[in-house]
Ligand binder design. Structure first.
Ligand SMILES: [Fe+2]
Length: 364
């Protein structure tokens, strides 16, 4: 059996006037997103030097005193902006094991006021340290470049499925897109081989995730190649009769490429033609190594309905992905499940008439 190989999609091919190049890119997208839920992306327009500066800036932030960082931990905003402390987020599939990482969230685009008032915790204001100037600019530029690469890919992905090119990007217009920078923590010697994961296995709940590639640091803090063969990003392929649990494949992009991952929302819209990528970030088998990484999450507009689009609607997809649900409702439920929103956030969903009646009967 040959080793599985994840296709590379060249955004120049998608922009080309040459029909053969466009057809080849569409075929690569169908194979990448249909089998792996993940594509490598070439000619993406993301400035790698800028990404390195964003990592450097966040690394400096993580070294600030805990009480200073705590000021940027926005629990009331469900950690959708600012700093997420270590051991906060959990993966549902991991049975609640918290991730060994700390993160920062910022939105690279202006919010739509109406959506921000409907979903305040999905669209909070960005927060920045006072001296963040250049870091903020690099951060936002990275987020926008990743978003634009994602939009180009989504147009290609729609065409690859014989849909109008704007079918997915229209759904994302006004979404709570957010860019995250991550710092995976070094293990102490006694933590090695104790089952600690940098990021438990999960699928992303948004529509498409763009990863500009991470970098390892050795215990001295210097950028270095991977510490061993077991640390980094691994994904699980689609189940087949021969491999009902799928196959684990290392996600390592060719030099200069970024990664695009399908999230749950796009799996739903395509009725499973594209699969949300189950992925895990494994920690090294040696102490003291850390990893810097970033991700941009493209979301459906919270008022759009998540349900298979008409060409993908059949009995099977109705059963798998029904009933239809608003993307905003879906986001609130997921943020509770992964530990970022409090359990009481669920009370925002559904009707509240009996709460109001009870309050009225009490005269309050
Ligand atoms: Fe993820």
């Amino acid at each position: 059996m040959t080793a599985p190989s994840i296709p590379t999609v060249d955004l120049e091919d998608l922009r080309s006037e040459d029909a053969a190049r466009v057809r080849a890119a569409h075929a690569a997208i169908r194979e990448a997103f249909g089998t792996y839920g993940l594509a490598y992306v070439k000619n993406h327009g993301v400035d790698q030097a800028g990404v390195a500066r964003v990592f450097e800036g966040f690394r400096a932030f993580t070294k600030r005193p805990a009480d200073e960082k705590e000021h940027f931990a926005r629990r009331a905003d469900w950690f959708q902006r600012g700093w997420t402390p270590p051991n906060t987020e959990v993966a549902v599939a991991g049975g609640g094991q918290p991730d060994f990482k700390e993160c920062y969230f910022a939105a690279p685009y202006e919010r739509e006021p109406e959506l921000a008032s409907q979903y305040p915790e999905l669209f909070p204001e960005n927060v920045w340290p006072e001296d963040a100037g250049a870091w903020r600019e690099d951060y936002l530029a990275m987020g926008r470049a990743l978003h634009e690469a994602g939009a180009a890919l989504l147009r290609g992905a729609a065409s690859a499925l014989d849909l109008p090119a704007g079918s997915f990007t229209d759904v994302c217009e006004g979404g709570a897109h957010v860019t995250r920078v991550l710092h995976y923590l070094g293990l102490a010697p006694e933590q090695v081989d104790k089952g600690i994961l940098w990021g438990e296995e999960h699928t992303d709940f948004n529509l498409l995730t763009l990863l500009p590639g991470g970098s390892f640091r050795d215990p001295s803090g210097a950028v270095a190649p991977k510490p061993d063969d077991r640390s980094g990003l691994f994904l699980r392929t689609r189940a087949t009769p021969e491999a009902p649990s799928g196959t684990q494949v290392r996600g390592r992009p060719p030099e200069g490429c970024i990664i695009a991952q399908i999230g749950q929302q796009l799996e739903i819209l395509t009725g499973g033609r594209f699969i949300a990528t189950p992925h895990v970030i494994t920690a090294p088998g040696v102490p003291g190594w850390t990893r810097d990484s970033a991700a941009h999450f493209v979301h459906a507009n919270p008022n759009r309905v998540l349900y298979p689009l008409a060409p993908f609607l059949d009995d099977q997809s109705r059963r798998a992905y029904g009933p239809p649900v608003l993307a905003g409702t879906y986001a609130i439920k997921t943020l509770v499940d992964i530990g970022l929103a409090p359990p009481t956030a669920i009370e925002k969903l559904g009707y509240r008439h009996y709460d109001r009646l009870e309050a009225q009967r009490r005269g309050s």
